[in-house]
Design a protein around this ligand. Structure first.
Ligand SMILES: [Zn+2]
Length: 324
């Protein structure tokens, strides 16, 4: 997945890179003189890393989890047991088994967001993420019962080419990318972290990307900041006013099911709401996403692919709301 990246637009060059603080772990394999040192590095920062040892030198693969064959979705469950559970996301949305639910249409899903400037965007090493804690926002109705959810952050998933990139698929078809607006249940829980430990703790809106000629203006506000967060750990504030409402499609039909975070530790805490209608972005905007680096510097490892493939739906209910 991470490999020599695409040619970045000369109109939006990433070089010279802004100053950055190098992550001590870096992204490449580091050799250490003895295994004791390796163990201490592996436990630093309270995060879990994949530790390899051999007979002569201890090695720490500081890549943590990722999307490559050695640390990607196929091996996440070894370090994060919940990733092997029965309520995992994403899933393939098989439209023929989705059950229409009139309750969803009677109790309409509604949202109210604030327009904000100076939202912080950061390079997580797995993609970009915008921190948007909005105490005045509300997502409610539809599959959310009587509870009110509040926006916390949003981010995207994409692929090496625009023939892939979405996490959910529809009848086996992938879209070019998928935006996730992540909310937490403020009716029952005191914090995002607490909510993420409960089966009704989070609600995520998923919006598919189609590639077209029309540049998405709101996505462009994100793209315009990416040159400042090329490397993992970098962050900046988005000067433009962002209104999350403008990320949503005009068609309000959606599918919903009970699932999980799609990144480790893959907590099974998400009520998923995936919009049927995609929004349009340009190929150039996706190219700029793929120019982000998975590393804090040095290595040219681009985040060209950051989606988890579909997991088994099992016996979970898949419902749909056909609101226009
Ligand atoms: Zn996501």
């Amino acid at each position: 997945m991470y490999k020599n990246g695409p040619a970045c637009s000369p109109l939006n060059p990433f070089y010279p890179a802004a100053a950055f603080t190098r992550d001590q772990r870096g992204c490449s394999v580091r050799d250490h003189a003895d295994s004791k040192r390796a163990v201490s590095v592996a436990s630093a920062g309270g995060q879990q890393f994949i530790v390899h040892t051999d007979t002569t030198r201890a090695r720490v693969m500081a890549a943590e989890w990722g999307y490559s064959p050695t640390n990607g979705p196929d091996v996440w469950a070894r370090l994060f047991p919940q990733a092997g559970g029965a309520r995992q996301s994403p899933v393939d949305i098989c439209t023929s088994i989705a059950s229409s639910d009139s309750n969803l249409e009677m109790k309409k899903l509604t949202f109210a967001y604030e327009s904000q400037s100076d939202l912080r965007i950061l390079n997580t090493g797995h993609g970009w993420k915008v921190e948007a804690p909005q105490s005045g926002s509300r997502l409610e109705g539809g599959p959310l019962g009587e509870d009110i959810y509040q926006l916390e952050q949003f981010h995207c998933h994409w692929g090496e080419t625009s023939a892939e990139g979405s996490e959910h698929t529809v009848d086996g078809r992938a879209y070019a990318g998928e935006l996730h607006l992540v909310h937490w249940n403020t009716t029952k829980y005191q914090s995002f972290a607490e909510a993420a430990q409960h089966p009704d703790g989070l609600a995520v809106l998923g919006v598919f990307f189609d590639v077209g000629n029309e540049s998405n203006d709101e996505i462009e506000k994100i793209v315009s900041t990416l040159s400042e967060i090329k490397f993992k750990g970098q962050f900046t504030d988005i000067p433009d006013v962002i209104d999350p409402t403008t990320f949503l499609p005009s068609g309000l039909g959606y599918w919903t099911y009970l699932g999980s975070l799609t990144t480790p530790p893959c907590n099974e805490c998400v009520i998923w709401i995936v919009y049927k209608e995609p929004i349009t972005v340009t190929e150039e905007q996706l190219v700029q996403f793929r120019c982000l680096s998975a590393c804090s510097g040095e290595a040219e490892e681009f985040i060209v692919k950051n989606y988890r493939p579909p997991q088994p739906l099992g016996n979970r209910a898949l419902r749909e709301c056909n609101a226009a």
